[in-house]
Design a protein around this ligand. Sequence first.
Ligand code: ATP
Ligand code: MG
Length: 313
Amino acid sequence: MAGAAVEVNGVSRLFKLGAEEVWAVRDVTIAVQPGEFLALTGRSGSGKTTLLNLIAGLDRPTEGQILIDGARVDTMGEGDLNKLRRTKLGFIFQSFGLLPLLSAQENVELPLRIAGFRNAERSRRAREALSLVGLGRRAHHRPYELSGGEQQRVAIARAMATSPDLLLADEPTGELDSATATAVFDLLREIARGEGVTIITCTHDRLVMELADRVEELADGRLLSHEQQHIWGRHQESERGPFRAALPSTGEGAGLSSLVGADTSQFGPAALAAEREEAAKARPSEPAATSDPEETAESAGAGDDPARWARPR
Ligand SMILES: Nc1ncnc2c1ncn2[C@@H]1O[C@H](COP(=O)(O)OP(=O)(O)OP(=O)(O)O)[C@@H](O)[C@H]1O
Ligand SMILES: [Mg+2]
């Protein structure tokens, strides 16, 4: 299944605070292709969160149109918006938005519950999503029993659990060290590529921008023109020159994580497979899985293929 296409046409958002007027977003036009990984960057207050909220239908533009797979989000009624959020959208908030009294597992299960998944499927998907972000063993911890970075990873797992077509992420790695942030985004990109999921994320992280297919910069609510972006790009190039040169050349972006020292074995399909293996060892009295050839094929392949995890329908 393909990712969602997003069109933002001449969108502006005016906030009025008493006599003061703030144009948080001004006449922004962007087209995002299905499966594209777009990074939105810009200084604090440049309008990134406002734009992301507009795309998610959490807020309405003052001017302009927003379309997801051809459907107008800016004029959509609440019922259809809810359906869209249940079925197509995953959102990772700047402040994780975890419910403090629920465990990590229960937090991840929440959107699945809302989307109507049954108990067993809900629990399986939540566990797998947590394992993918390296938190399989923390499933029963409450947010206050987790570090800031771990909470952020729970929020990522929660957004991915429903296998969305469009993942909107507002600074999803702001609390993570650069190495972990890169590993998490490496994983997101891997899933995005395997599944064709469209990702739009706000970020200040240079390494995340390196992983994105495209970077757009907002300044004072406006999208920088292509010429300005070109200048920006050259500026970035010159700043990152030595860094780029140090990147191993095998495979696109291949060496990023190793370069910054992230232990990616903690994340992703390999970690999931390892965890399943361990879980299987812990249950030796269960009937041998090998007695069922179909079951064996299932469990053997499952850990290697992110697509299989992300969309097991
Ligand atoms: N609900 C609101 N009411 C009034 N002004 C707002 C509101 N939300 C945002 N703004 C203003 O709009 C501008 C853009 O804010 P926004 O949160 O989109 O910035 P941002 O790029 O996400 O910044 P940061 O990197 O700090 O998260 C800011 O000047 C902010 O003060
Ligand atoms: Mg913001």
